[in-house]
Structure formats: C-alpha cells, structure tokens
Design a protein around this ligand. Structure first.
Ligand SMILES: Nc1ncnc2c1ncn2[C@@H]1O[C@H](COP(=O)(O)OP(=O)(O)OP(=O)(O)O)[C@@H](O)[C@H]1O
Ligand SMILES: Cc1ncc(C[n+]2csc(CCOP(=O)(O)O)c2C)c(N)n1
Ligand SMILES: [Mg+2]
Ligand SMILES: [Mg+2]
Ligand SMILES: [Mg+2]
Length: 332
C-alpha cells in the first residue's frame, strides 16, 4: 500500500509510505555489479532511435545530423540541489534529468535526437534503483522522440546526472533569445508555478495535493511547443527553468528590449494556494515555454498571451520591477 506522498507508480518502483525508495533487495548494489555490469544493465533499457547510428558500446557514439548543424545543450542534476531521494523516486529523477535537457533542445526550435548521460552514484546504491532511474530517462526520451546515444558511470558520494542533449533544426533557423522586437506579444505554453508549489509542500512536510508533488517530481514540458512557436513565426523562445520573470529577463537582455507582463492574464490555478501568483512568476522547473511573437502572427490558442515587448530594458510586472525573479544556484 502506498502513502499519499507516493507519486503515481506507473514506474512500478517500490516505495515506503514516506515516499522513500523501499528497495527490492533482490539485485544487490551497483558496487556488487561493478562498472561494466552496471553499464550493461542500464543500457539495455534504453530506446535506440533512428538518429543514433552507433549507440552505447564503443569509445563514442555516432549521431546523424542531417541538417548539417547540431543543437547541443547540457544540464546537471545534483542530489540535494535539484532533488532529494526521500522526496523523489528513481523513475522521477530519471524523468526529470531527461525532461530538463530535452526542453532546452525544443526551446531552440529543434527536434531532440539523442542524449548522452553521465551518471554518478554511491557504490551502495541499489541496482534496481539505478535501473528505475534509467526507465524514467528512457520513457521521457521516447515521449520526445529521442534516444540515448551513450554516457558514463562513476562512483561518487552523491547522485549526480550530467545530461547532454542533441537536436536537429530540420533546416530551420534556431529560435534564440535575441529575436524579440518592440511590438511583439509575449506568450507562454505549459505549466508555470506547479513544480515550485510542489517543492514548497515537500519542504513543509505536506503530502498533497498530489498533482503539485508530481509536478516537482516529473516536469512535463509540452515538447510540441517548439514546432508550434516556429510555425507561428516566433521571434524568441526559451524554456522556463528558473522562474518566468528571470527567464523573460534573458530574452529582454539578449534582444535589447523591455518586457511588460500583465499579471491579470496569468493563469493561477486555485490548487497553487495563496502564494500561487508568486509561484507562477518566480517558480522554475516546470519547463513550460515562453516566447515572443510578432503582432501580425500571434501564437496558436494553446498559448496564453501574457504581455508585450517594448523599447527599453528589463522586465516589469504590472508596471513595476519585481523584487523576486527566480532561482539562482549561488544565491540560494
Ligand atoms: N560552465 C559553463 N560553461 C560554458 N557555458 C555555460 C556554462 N554554464 C552555462 N553556460 C551557458 O550559459 C547559457 C545560460 O545557461 P543556463 O544554464 O542558465 O541556461 P538553461 O540551461 O537554459 O537554463 P537552466 O540551466 O536553468 O535549465 C547557456 O548558453 C549555457 O550554455
Ligand atoms: C532539493 C531541492 N531543493 C531546491 C530545488 C529548487 N531548484 C533547484 S534548481 C532550480 C532551478 C533550475 O535548475 P537549473 O538552473 O540547474 O536547471 C530550482 C527551482 C529543488 N528542485 N530541489
Ligand atoms: Mg543550463
Ligand atoms: Mg533553458
Ligand atoms: Mg537555471
């Protein structure tokens, strides 16, 4: 029987009532498996998509790049910083490591093709825990149409994932942060504030609402947003990783424009609680998308228009410079 803090266990991973990995005890530890035993157990769970011409098993992988250019991005996921093993199960952590990288490829207007995965964990880690993590990683890759081309494993005091994602622009121009122009509208696609609200609940020792805890554990970037933005003629695009205001600030700075957000246009679901607007404005890690669109080619209805681009600099919310903007790794 699972406790209320257990995320929907379609991963099938065992957990105690508190959300901890309960372990199977059947397969032993990764220390017992050894480096190459572990690599074998992990890589056989991975999807092999068409772009990966040579996958795990050699000194390097070979990935097709029909466009002639490769989109490449990397993000780290560190235990205690991005996740806690008592708050997230292995499937959640694998899912999140894939999602946060795949979202960056999509945010360039590209199609994700392959991931390279660096995996560090203590030798005492359950082998089954590591396998569930790879199941989460593999399933999220499948959802985005990508596969895992290779990686590395290493023993370390804490779990760390260093994921590199590659993507294909399919002959199109990249959707950068620098193309916003005065007169454009600003629009968002996907959840905002949910992961942040879920994290606050976990930090407060709460066991629900389940959808918010799940949002922290398994971000769900709407991967179709990149193609939608491109088709609509977006001038700039990024995924919201650190907080809406902070990330819009990157578009404002790179494009040399001012962005004005009208908070009344933001969707703040009741479930986010009394701090809902703060979570939506400054909460990262849902990996929704924010983009700018010329006034004569607005985004499709799946997007919400939340503001405008003007001359000047910085981001204003309801005409004011906000005190909080989002996450900074070195400022807490
Ligand atoms: N250690 C580094 N060396 C070289 N470039 C870096 C380094 N760290 C970040 N960058 C570059 O700085 C830019 C901003 O990085 P940032 O990590 O904030 O973007 P992101 O990956 O979209 O956001 P997030 O990490 O919050 O998901 C990116 O172009 C990134 O490649
Ligand atoms: C245990 C724990 N404590 C705090 C947080 C919050 N957090 C960590 S990184 C980040 C921004 C995006 O990261 P990056 O820029 O590295 O992609 C946020 C909001 C968390 N997820 N887990
Ligand atoms: Mg990054
Ligand atoms: Mg990004
Ligand atoms: Mg960040």
């Amino acid at each position: 029987m699972h406790g209320a803090r257990t995320s929907p266990d379609e991963d099938g991973g065992p957990r105690s009532a508190g959300g901890h990995w309960a372990g199977t005890g059947r397969m032993g530890t990764i220390g017992e498996l050894g480096e190459f035993g572990l690599i074998g157990r992990l890589t056989r769970r991975l999807p092999q998509g068409p772009a990966v011409r040579l996958g795990p098993g050699d000194d390097a992988a070979v990935v097709a790049a029909p466009d002639g250019r490769v989109v490449a991005t990397t993000d780290l996921l560190v235990e205690g910083r991005h996740f806690r093993r008592d708050w997230s199960g292995p499937y959640d952590i694998g899912h999140k490591a894939a999602a946060q990288n795949l979202a960056d490829v999509v945010a360039m207007g590209a199609r994700p093709t392959a991931l390279l995965v660096g995996f560090a964990a203590p030798p005492s880690t359950d082998a089954a825990w590591a396998e569930r993590l790879y199941d989460g990683l593999a399933d999220e890759c499948r959802r985005a149409g990508a596969s895992v081309a290779g990686g590395d494993v290493v023993g370390a005091p804490e779990v760390t994932l260093a994921v590199t994602a590659l993507g294909d622009l399919g002959g199109g121009a990249p959707l950068t942060r620098s193309g916003a122009r005065p007169g454009d509208v600003v629009a968002v696609r996907g959840r905002l504030g949910h992961a942040s609200a879920g994290l606050a609940l976990l930090a407060a020792g709460r066991d629900g609402p389940a959808e918010l805890l799940a949002a922290h554990r398994r971000p769900e970037p709407p991967y179709e947003a990149g193609a939608e933005a491109r088709a609509a003629g977006a001038t700039a695009l990024l995924d919201v990783s650190d907080g809406l205001v902070q990330d819009l600030g990157h578009i404002a700075a790179a494009s040399g424009v001012r962005i004005d957000v009208d908070s009344a246009t933001l969707v703040v679901p009741e479930v986010l609680g009394p701090d809902g607007l703060r979570h939506v404005l400054t909460g990262g890690e849902d990996h929704g998308f924010a983009g700018t669109f010329p006034p004569d080619s607005p985004p499709p209805p799946s997007w919400t228009v939340i503001g405008t681009v003007g001359r000047g600099a910085g981001v204003r919310v309801d005409g004011r410079v906000p005190d909080a903007t989002g996450w900074d790794h070195f400022r807490g």
